[in-house]
Design a protein around this ligand. Structure first.
Ligand code: HEM
Ligand code: HEM
Length: 166
């Protein structure tokens, strides 16, 4: 069978992860304050409990979904850029996609090592990883908008549409 475009599950999981990553960033300041409180030995407030629970479980969910998405990509090879990219743009798009998998799994692992194993180096890696992730999101989001608004090709439809583009 010749596979064209992402499956419905792949497209839904892409947007679920986007929403979860947005949640992780929205919780970053309250998460840091909650950790300061925990580390100073202060009583845990209901808000701190909610924030730490959402951030740790949200992060673990992102890690698990990315592992599952890796499996889906392995089973279902997809043409980057809906098959319309060549040369460096194809290579850079592909590199950004794979870097997302690496950085999101790295964030999930360093978060666990910091939170549950209290490893200080992991805390600083988690902080550095955030900037790499933000850089990737900026490049990737801008590229997607360029395809949608300027090139007007099938790239955005490949991830947004309700059915594969062909
Ligand atoms: C946290 C933010 C984001 C992450 C982690 C992310 C991750 C990814 C990954 C890993 C892929 C490769 C397909 C796959 O393996 O399933 C992909 C494809 C895609 N993403 Fe995102 N994405 C993010 C945000 C966005 C946003 C904001 C847009 C739109 C403005 C977008 C539009 C697309 C499109 C159109 C594709 C298909 C590109 C192609 O196949 O050439 N993504 N994304
Ligand atoms: C892909 C998933 C994740 C993302 C995108 C993410 C994102 C972030 C960001 C942006 C910060 C603020 C970092 C800073 O400004 O220094 C943060 C802090 C933190 N995250 Fe995550 N995180 C993820 C997963 C996890 C997981 C799974 C855990 C634990 C099980 C975790 C535990 C923490 C902790 C404890 C902090 C506070 C760090 C401090 O002490 O200042 N994170 N996270």
């Amino acid at each position: 069978m010749k596979v064209i475009g992402y499956s419905a599950v792949q497209r839904r999981l892409h947007w679920v992860v986007v929403a979860l990553v947005a949640l992780q960033f929205a919780l970053q300041s309250p998460m840091k304050s909650a950790m300061e409180g925990l580390e100073s030995g202060a009583a845990v407030s209901a808000v701190d409990f909610l924030v730490t629970t959402l951030h740790t479980w949200g992060g673990a969910a992102i890690g698990a979904i990315m592992v599952y998405r890796l499996r889906l990509r392995w089973q279902r090879p997809v043409p980057v850029g809906a098959g319309g990219l060549v040369g460096w743009s194809k290579k850079s798009a592909s590199a950004v996609h794979w870097l997302f998998y690496v950085v999101l799994l790295f964030m999930a692992m360093t978060g666990v090592l910091h939170y549950y194993f209290e490893w200080p180096t992991a805390a600083s890696w988690h902080g550095w990883g955030k900037w790499i992730l933000l850089g990737l999101i900026a490049v990737h989001g801008l590229a997607a908008l360029l395809h949608l608004l300027y090139k007007k090709d099938a790239v955005m439809r490949q991830m947004w549409g309700s059915r594969p583009p062909h």
